[in-house]
Design a protein around this ligand. Structure first.
Ligand code: GTP
Ligand code: MG
Length: 367
């Protein structure tokens, strides 16, 4: 961080605060525990103590890739995205899945106030991202966001492989995410699940029973057939992936969707990927920043923490971030603010630059 209090500096270097105050004094600075040292002073004192420090900008801090040690990593639920061709039954399938949660009497099996829902299967959870919309998904991937762990590819058994089926397969490939195929509408008279299997082999999506790598489940969203099988299969696939995350860190993840709410102001639905998000945390997402005023789960309940793989609505941001923006919690509100403002300024300058350019071209055009 840029600048730090004497206390923070001592913490970071794991030395007694009195030691720091003494050094500062000898260098001609009288500072108390809670006063700030600027970057120059930080480097000077560190150097005086025979320590090498490098002050990084908030932007640099934002791009740090964390490497959690093995014992910091704890099992986490899978994040699943449902994709497929128009009208093949994605929404119906999600409805059926939520119903299953209710039918099984799970406390909090369901709901989607927001663009994500959490389904409970026995003692385990699955996070579904409901409305990835190919666009948001592409935006997230373009930013290198690995948002989803598993893609459930819905293919209607009476219609077979269609353009958006192939598009979804390409998405999964590019993101290196395993595909679980849900062959849907098997209740329909013209349904032919084997034809779907056959057609998909062309795109290297091959059922396990044919020696391939993909799990297939035949379902009917409408008749609620084999929905439990599908959930079990998703969990089996998740087991193979051994999904883990460090919950004991400052939270980071992605914005799934965001909008301006009349009464509540900017509202962002985020997916926590690492750490634990709590009310009071200060976060940056794109050019937006703020202190989390409230954290709301997919059921609309206020919560006091969101762990990895949890979706949550965040209230208290300065502006509306963009779906696909990475978010990160900062220890220091000033760093968060500075980073967001720097980014906003850069955006404005770029926009202005583009404008100046056009007007010059216009001008020369007229001459
Ligand atoms: P888009 O969001 O437009 O891409 O469609 P979708 O993939 O979400 O499909 P949706 O769930 O809206 O279903 C499309 C139509 O198929 C609806 O009329 C559903 O009732 C019907 N449908 C979905 N699943 C089944 C099924 O298992 N069996 C039958 N017979 N009809 C189904
Ligand atoms: Mg739909």
């Amino acid at each position: 961080p840029q600048g730090a209090t004497v206390q923070k500096f001592a913490e970071l270097l794991a030395v007694g605060p009195n030691e720091v105050i003494k050094r500062l004094f000898m260098l001609g600075n009288v500072l108390t525990l809670t006063q700030s040292m600027n970057d120059e002073l930080i480097e000077l004192v560190a150097d005086d103590m025979g320590r090498k420090v490098r002050v990084v900008s908030p932007e640099e801090e934002f791009t740090v890739v964390y490497h959690d040690s093995d014992d910091e990593l704890k099992p986490r639920p899978p994040v699943v995205t449902v994709m497929g061709h128009v009208d093949h039954g994605k929404t119906s399938l999600l409805d059926a899945i939520r119903d299953t949660g209710v039918a099984a009497g799970e406390a909090g099996g369901i709901t989607q106030h927001i663009g994500a829902s959490v389904v409970t299967v026995g003692s385990r959870k699955i996070t579904f991202i409901d409305t990835p919309g190919h666009e948001a998904f592409t935006a997230m991937r373009a930013r290198g966001a690995q948002v989803t762990d598993i893609i459930v590819l819905v293919v209607a058994a009476d219609d077979g492989v269609m353009p958006q089926t192939i598009e979804a397969i390409n998405h999964a490939r590019a993101a290196n995410v395993p595909i679980v195929v849900a062959v849907n509408k098997i209740d329909k008279p013209g349904a032919n699940a084997d034809r779907v299997r056959q057609e998909l082999t062309t795109y290297e999506v091959v059922p396990e029973e044919w020696g391939g790598a993909n799990m297939f489940v035949e379902v009917s969203a409408k008749k609620r057939l084999h929905i439990d099988d599908l959930l079990e299969t998703i969990l089996l696939q998740a087991d193979v992936l051994e999904l883990r995350a460090n919950p004991d860190a400052l939270a980071s993840g992605f914005v799934i969707e965001a909008n301006l709410d009349k009464g509540r102001g900017p509202v962002a639905t985020v997916l926590v990927q690492r750490g634990t998000l709590k009310p009071g945390d200060v976060l940056v997402a794109g050019t937006s920043y703020g202190r989390v005023r409230a954290l709301i789960d997919p059921h609309g309940a206020h919560i006091d923490s969101a762990i990895p793989a949890s979706p949550a609505e965040v209230l208290g941001l300065s502006s509306v971030p963009v779906a696909g923006d990475e978010f990160r919690v900062f220890e220091d509100e000033r760093d968060a603010r500075r980073l967001a403002e720097e980014r906003a300024l850069r955006e404005r300058l770029t926009a202005q630059d583009a404008k100046t350019h056009t007007s010059l071209t216009d001008l020369f055009g007229r001459i």
